[in-house]
Design a binder for this molecule. Structure first.
Ligand SMILES: Nc1nc2c(ncn2[C@@H]2O[C@H](COP(=O)(O)OP(=O)(O)OP(=O)(O)O)[C@@H](O)[C@H]2O)c(=O)[nH]1
Ligand SMILES: Nc1nc2c(ncn2[C@@H]2O[C@H](COP(=O)(O)OP(=O)(O)OP(=O)(O)O)[C@@H](O)[C@H]2O)c(=O)[nH]1
Length: 446
C-alpha cells in the first residue's frame, strides 16, 4: 500500500507549490464531491523506489458570512483522516498566526504522525528565525523551500521514517490463480448494491471487521471455480465503523485499491453519464496499467434517449478505454450481470498473457509486409523483431532502426494487430520502440 501524506495549513503558505514539487505535478486527481465548494487534490509521488500519495487541501476562501474557516476545517479533517502522515505547513516569512494555532491544536488532539514544516525558508537562519514555531507544540520545525526545492527530499525521508518504511519496498508474493478485483466508481453509482448482489449479505458483513489502516482489506470468494479477491474501496464498508469518515467515499482508498488490483471494474451511472471524476478514476487506472472492465449501472432507470446519450458520452470522454469490454447492467434488478464475470476473467487473462519472441516477431514482420511504416525525412524505420518486455500490463518491445520516426498512427496499427492475435481485450497494451545503437545494424536497410 502506498503511504499517504496530507498537506495542511492556512492559505498561501505554499501547499500547492509543495504538492507540485512532491508529485512532479503529474495530473492531480480532483475530488469533486457534491456540497464541497473546494477541492482536494490527489497526486502520486515517488522517492527512490518508494511511491506515495499526496493530498493537497489547497485553495479556499475564508467564509465571509461566518468569518470562520469552516470549509478548510472540513477539508483538513478529511485529509487528515485519510493520511498516514500529516505535513503541517507554516510560513517561515509570515510568522505564526492564530489560524496556525487552531490547526496545531486540532492536530495535537488527533495525534496522527505529524511533521511541522516551515516553508519559504530559503536563505534563513534556522536557529533564530524559526524558534517561534516551536510554540505550536508539534516538535521539530523542518525548514524547507518548496519553491526552490530545498529540504523536500529530506522531508519525505522523515515521513517514511515515521512510518518505519523500509528503504526498498517489499516484493509481495502473488498467487497467479487469484484475480484481485477492485470495484471502483463514484459515490452512489451502485457499488455496494452490486457487491451485495454478488456476495450475499453475510459476506459483506466480513467487510465491517476493523482492520489496520495500513493494510488493504479484502474478501476472498469463488465464482465458477475461479478464485477472486475483492479489494476494499471503503465505499464498501458500512457507515462509520472503520474509517473515521466524514464522507463514506474515499479517493485514497479507491486509488490504493486500483493499485492493488489486477482488474478494475469501473462502474458508471447511466443516470449521470460520464463525469469528470469518472474520467479521473479511469485515467488513474489506465496510468497504473490495470486491466479494466466497464459497466454502466442503473440501465433499468433510463430511457432509450438517455441510453444513447450515455453511450456517446463514453465514446467522447473515455476514448482511451476502448480496449475495455463494456456492459450495461442493473445491479438492483440483477440484469446483465453474468457476462461481466466473463469479461473480468478475460481481462485478467489478457493482462497476464505470455507472448513468445518468435510469434511476436512473425506478427511484426507480417504487419510490416501488409503495410510498411512511412519514411520520416531521410529515414525509413526498419522494424526487425519484437519481444515481450513485461506483463500486467503487457509490454511489447520492437527493435530496429530509425524507430523514432514511427508515427503514432502506425503504432496504433501495430497495436490493433497484436491485440487481435493475442486476444488482448480488457488490458492496456504498451508498445515501446528500441532503436539499435549498433552503427552497422542498419547496413542492409534501404
Ligand atoms: N519565497 C518563497 N515563496 C514560496 C515558496 N513556496 C511557495 N511560495 C509562494 O507562496 C505563494 C503561495 O503559494 P501556494 O503554493 O499557492 O500556497 P497554498 O498554501 O497552496 O495556498 P492556497 O492555495 O491559497 O491554499 C505563491 O506566491 C508561491 O510562489 C517558497 O519556498 N519560498
Ligand atoms: N435504478 C437503479 N438504481 C440502482 C441500481 N443500483 C443501485 N441503485 C441505487 O443507487 C443508490 C446507490 O447505490 P449504492 O450501492 O449504495 O452505491 P455505492 O456506489 O455503493 O455508493 P457509496 O457507498 O456512496 O460509494 C441506491 O439508492 C441504490 O438503490 C440499479 O441498477 N438501478
Amino acid at each position: 500500500m502506498k503511504p499517504v501524506l496530507a498537506l495542511v495549513g492556512r492559505p498561501n503558505v505554499g501547499k500547492s507549490t509543495l504538492f507540485n514539487r512532491l508529485t512532479k505535478s503529474r495530473d492531480a486527481i480532483v475530488a469533486d464531491f457534491a456540497g464541497l465548494t473546494r477541492d482536494r487534490h490527489y497526486g502520486n509521488g515517488k522517492q527512490g523506489r518508494q511511491e506515495f500519495i499526496v493530498i493537497d487541501t489547497g485553495g479556499f476562501e475564508p467564509d465571509a458570512s461566518t468569518g470562520i474557516y469552516k470549509e478548510m476545517a472540513k477539508q483538513t479533517q478529511q485529509a487528515v483522516a485519510e493520511a498516514d502522515v500529516v505535513i503541517f505547513v507554516v510560513d517561515a516569512r509570515g510568522g505564526l498566526s492564530a489560524q496556525d494555532h487552531d490547526i496545531a491544536k486540532y492536530l495535537r488532539k488527533i495525534g496522527k504522525p505529524t511533521l511541522l514544516v516551515a516553508n519559504k525558508a530559503e536563505g534563513m537562519l534556522e536557529g533564530i528565525q524559526l524558534t517561534e514555531f516551536y510554540e505550536l507544540g508539534l516538535g521539530e520545525v523542518i525548514a524547507i523551500s518548496a519553491a526552490h526545492g530545498q529540504g523536500t527530499r529530506g522531508l519525505v525521508e522523515l515521513a517514511f521514517e515515521l512510518l518505519n518504511l523500509p528503504d526498498e519496498p517489499e516484493e509481495t508474493e502473488e498467487d497467479p490463480a487469484v484475480i484481485k478485483l477492485a470495484v471502483a466508481g463514484r459515490p452512489n453509482v451502485g457499488k455496494s448494491t452490486l457487491i451485495n448482489t454478488w456476495l450475499g449479505e453475510e459476506r459483506l458483513v466480513a467487510f465491517d471487521m476493523p482492520g489496520t489502516t495500513r493494510d488493504a482489506i479484502s474478501v476472498p470468494f469463488e465464482k465458477q471455480g475461479q478464485k477472486f479477491e475483492l479489494i476494499d474501496t471503503a465505499g464498501l464498508r458500512r457507515k462509520g465503523k472503520v474509517f473515521e469518515a466524514i464522507e463514506k467515499f474515499s479517493v485514497v482508498k479507491t486509488l490504493q485499491a486500483i493499485e492493488s488490483a489486477n482488474v478494475v471494474l469501473l462502474l458508471l451511472d447511466a443516470e449521470q453519464g460520464v463525469t469528470d471524476q469518472d474520467a479521473h478514476i479511469a485515467g488513474y487506472a489506465l496510468e497504473s496499467g490495470r486491466a479494466m472492465v466497464l459497466a454502466v449501472n442503473k440501465w433499468d432507470a433510463v430511457d432509450e434517449y438517455q441510453r444513447q446519450l450515455v453511450q456517446r458520452s463514453i465514446e467522447t470522454r473515455l476514448p482511451f478505454l476502448s480496449f475495455a469490454n463494456m456492459h450495461f447492467i442493473s445491479a438492483k434488478k440483477r440484469q446483465g450481470l453474468g457476462p461481466v464475470w466473463g469479461s473480468i476473467v478475460q481481462a485478467h487473462k489478457a493482462a497476464m498473457c505470455k507472448m513468445s519472441t518468435p510469434i511476436l516477431t512473425r506478427l511484426l514482420l507480417e504487419a510490416v509486409q501488409f503495410q510498411s511504416p512511412q519514411r520520416g525525412g531521410m529515414f525509413r524505420p526498419k522494424l526487425r523483431y519484437a519481444h515481450q518486455g513485461g506483463m500486467n500490463p503487457p509490454v511489447i518491445v520492437v527493435h530496429g532502426n530509425s524507430l523514432e520516426h514511427v508515427t503514432d498512427s502506425y503504432k496504433r496499427f501495430l497495436e490493433a494487430r497484436f491485440r487481435k492475435a493475442f486476444d488482448l481485450s480488457g488490458t492496456p497494451l504498451r508498445i515501446e520502440m528500441k532503436t539499435s545503437t549498433n552503427p552497422y545494424a542498419d547496413k542492409d536497410s534501404s
